[in-house]
Design a protein around this ligand. Structure first.
Ligand code: ADP
Ligand code: MG
Length: 151
């Protein structure tokens, strides 16, 4: 069993409904159980700022999957929820990022863990610190301290 933390984000459509459906789909996935869900918080977009505000949170899971299989599950859920009821595929309505996977450090094509932008993303660090302030993230250190360094 591995404890993993997944970042949740949405900025299109019914954001909270979509995020909660993503958590339900995760809980229903083979080899994954949901342990804890942070509060969802509204955050201003970072990077491309000309877009609607996000709702962000973090979910803690226990999983028997390896990191690659868990990422595949996340991408599948993104595809399922990103679908719009129109003749075409619309913009993605949910973003699921594998932030931390146990104590593993992975740098493969299509999979970097811990998530490479975690240290600079307050919208991920804050809900992660809410769930587990004392977690030591490989390569980064304690979540609460990484967050404090952003201030
Ligand atoms: P963002 O980094 O802003 O979430 P995207 O969601 O568009 O960007 O990136 C998705 C791609 O990033 C996926 O196809 C996946 O292969 C790759 N990727 C690499 N590492 C990770 C990770 N730790 N979590 C999620 N996606 C990852
Ligand atoms: Mg992503």
């Amino acid at each position: 069993m591995t404890r993993a933390y997944i970042g949740l984000g949405a900025n299109l459509g019914p954001r909270e409904v979509t995020i909660l459906r993503a958590v339900d789909l995760l809980a229903a996935a083979d080899g994954v159980s949901v342990v804890q869900v942070s509060q969802l918080r509204e955050t201003d977009p970072v990077g491309v700022v000309d877009q609607p505000a996000f709702l962000n949170g973090v979910v803690a899971v226990e999983t028997t999957l390896d990191a690659r299989a868990l990422l595949d599950t996340l991408l599948e859920i993104e595809r399922e929820l990103g679908r719009v009821r129109a003749e075409r595929w619309g913009p993605r309505t949910v973003d699921l990022d594998l932030l931390v996977f146990g104590e593993e450090t992975i740098d493969e094509s299509g999979l970097t863990v811990p998530h490479p932008r975690l240290a600079e993303r307050r919208f991920a660090l804050e809900p992660l610190a809410e769930l587990t302030p004392d977690l030591v993230v490989p390569g980064l250190g304690r979540v609460s301290e990484t967050l404090a360094e952003l201030d």
